[in-house]
Design a protein around this ligand. Structure first.
Ligand code: GLA
Length: 389
């Protein structure tokens, strides 16, 4: 599926620099079955890497600066890799600058390079194109300059780069982009970074993504605000119940008993988090026993929480989920990723996908005047080198 992307990236590199690239890296986006906004709350998440990727081509050079070309945008940047990174108005370059800064922070020295990249991950759809960018770039530099950075550390440095850019994200996106495995979801314990793979077998149901085609311009500030509200909620909980060190140890009963001591918003965020942490464990057990109806029901519950309590949904996403809830062929649906737009993840009875897609796309267009985008994804390997056969 990505053959064409790889060929065109390689051809672009050869035309631009006159050499065959020394390394080609594929870095995937991710889906998340369940466990939303709890990676930074010491919860568990259940993501997987997908077959939508960013393809990078690299070579080392003897030049005094390095060049990165964003093929899809028709833009390029020249960077001094020895200087401290500074945020730029050209947003896409910041993910690269953020990674270079992490290398500097760790005292890891690299030489100069040429890099081009092109992507099949839709941007702003909640599929983590930024994590793929950070992790794919760092993975490539790691190979090119033999830095010996371990895969989990690539993910952690990718996360730090995202923080440097300004989003105080958790570890889920970078971890799943790096550690993904074909046909497996990863259950990550975000407190310890222990992880286990579970078979991604959805039995009689297909995973389909519906992209609302809506993007929230205040995403980063709203995301960071949620994180702060959770920190406040946890601090209040811990002050009443010293044994509660993270939301994982907290119960709904405890939270309800101190509801009056926090703002309405902080209460709602905390309530959602405590319940979502429990849902992930139930969802993973349901997946393991092939009980996709129960899994789907949990997805609906997560959406309800994300919409009403965590307040990261929007009218378009709510309409998609509410519409699908009425369809007997759909057992689960919810907003996926950070929210405020982007995709819903949906479980649809095999054989019924086309009928549901057509019906929803039409209704969506009529209601909002926006085209619904539809992605079928395959659960695939994490960031890797491409070896031409
Ligand atoms: C974004 C962040 C992740 C995670 C999700 C919500 O994708 O990058 O760390 O918090 O939102 O689950």
């Amino acid at each position: 599926m990505n053959t064409q992307l790889i060929q065109s990236t390689k051809a672009f590199f050869e035309k631009t620099f006159g050499n065959t690239p020394q390394k080609i890296v594929l870095s995937p986006g991710r889906i998340n079955i369940i466990g939303e906004h709890i990676d930074y709350n010491d919860g568990y998440v259940l993501p997987a890497a997908i077959d939508k990727v960013i393809c990078f081509a690299f070579e080392k050079t003897n030049s005094t600066t390095s060049t990165i070309v964003a093929i899809d945008l028709g833009e390029s940047v020249t960077i001094d890799v020895t200087a401290d990174s500074k945020l730029s108005d050209t947003i896409w370059t910041n993910y690269f600058r953020g990674i270079l800064q992490q290398l500097q922070n760790k005292g890891l020295v690299i030489g100069n390079f040429n890099c081009v990249f092109s992507s099949s991950i839709p941007v702003g759809s909640g599929l983590s194109s930024s994590a793929a960018l950070e992790c794919g770039f760092l993975f490539g530099l790691n190979e090119l300059f033999h830095l010996d950075i371990k895969p989990v550390d690539i993910a952690l440095m990718g996360q730090s780069a995202e923080h440097w850019v300004g989003i105080n994200c958790g570890i889920m996106d970078q971890f799943s982009s790096v550690m993904g495995k074909t046909n497996q979801v990863i259950k990550i314990d975000c407190r310890t970074l222990e992880y286990e793979y579970h078979k991604a077998d959805f039995s009689d149901y297909s995973l389909v993504l519906f992209d609302s085609n809506v993007k929230h311009s205040l995403f980063s500030s709203a995301y960071n605000q949620r994180r702060e509200e959770c920190e406040q909620g946890l601090a209040i909980l811990s002050s009443h119940f010293p044994e509660v060190k993270s939301f994982r140890e907290a119960t709904e009963v405890q939270l309800l008993s101190i509801k009056d001591t926090m703002t309405e918003d902080v209460f709602k965020r905390s309530h959602y988090v405590i319940k979502e942490i429990k849902r992930v464990t139930l969802a993973c057990e349901a997946l393991d026993r092939g009980d996709i109806e129960t899994l789907g029901q949990l997805l609906f519950e997560t959406h309800e929480g994300l919409s009403k309590e965590y307040e990261v949904s929007c009218a378009e996403l709510d309409m998609i989920v509410d519409t699908l809830k009425k369809e007997p062929a759909v057992v689960g649906s919810r907003v996926m990723g950070g929210g405020f737009g982007g995709c819903t993840i949906n479980l649809i009875k095999k054989g019924q996908e086309e009928a549901i897609k057509t019906k929803l796309a039409q209704l969506y267009q009529e209601t909002f005047g926006i085209e619904l985008k539809i992605y079928e994804v395959t659960i695939s390997n994490g960031t890797s080198l491409y070896h031409p056969s």
